[in-house]
Design a protein around this ligand. Structure first.
Ligand SMILES: [Ca+2]
Ligand SMILES: [Ca+2]
Length: 171
């Protein structure tokens, strides 16, 4: 097991440290939630979460998002994002992908070192190596009913017209 805090310790002028090899685990909830990859409407809001599990790590957590059109390929451009982020004005029929990874911000600010920091060392990344990925296609429309409600509305309208026509006709 690695340590949870990469802060260097300096004793008698000699710095030593360790490498936190357990980054936070990412979770994601989308609203509205795509069903069979189909997103109702043209925008999506992501509620992000992260957990260190049972490691006892208390490092501050942040998030990075990689959002792109599937057809364009993954740019692997990770930008800082936060829970509640909304992607709006999406194109109907276009396939989008969003990947999210949690970051141990405390350790990301520190270059980890081995027992002796003077020795060359390649640290384990401080972000979730297995990002959460969500693929979806906006279908347009709005409101809670979706296609079923849209189909029901025209059916109800003709039912009203004959009755109102009869009412006028009898006068
Ligand atoms: Ca940590
Ligand atoms: Ca680090």
């Amino acid at each position: 097991m690695g340590c949870q805090d990469e802060t260097h310790v300096v004793v008698l002028g000699v710095a030593s440290g360790c490498d936190d090899t357990t980054p936070p685990d990412t979770s994601l909830t989308a609203s509205p939630a795509p069903v069979d990859n189909l997103l109702q409407g043209t925008q999506i809001t992501l509620t992000l979460g992260a957990s260190y599990g049972s490691t006892g790590d208390t490092g501050a957590i942040g998030f990075q998002c990689d959002f792109y059109k599937y057809a364009a390929g993954d740019p692997k451009t990770w930008t800082t994002c936060a829970s509640g982020i909304t992607y709006a004005a999406l194109s109907v029929g276009t396939t989008y992908v969003v990947k999210v990874r949690a970051v141990d911000l405390s350790d990301a600010a520190i270059v980890a070192c081995s027992t002796l920091c003077a020795l060359p060392y390649t640290e384990t990344p401080d972000f979730d190596a297995t990002p959460v990925s969500l693929t979806f296609v906006p279908t347009g429309g709005a409101g809670g009913g979706g296609g079923a409600a849209a189909a029901a509305a025209p059916a109800a309208t003709p039912a009203c017209r004959p009755s109102s026509a009869r009412a006028r006709g009898t006068r």
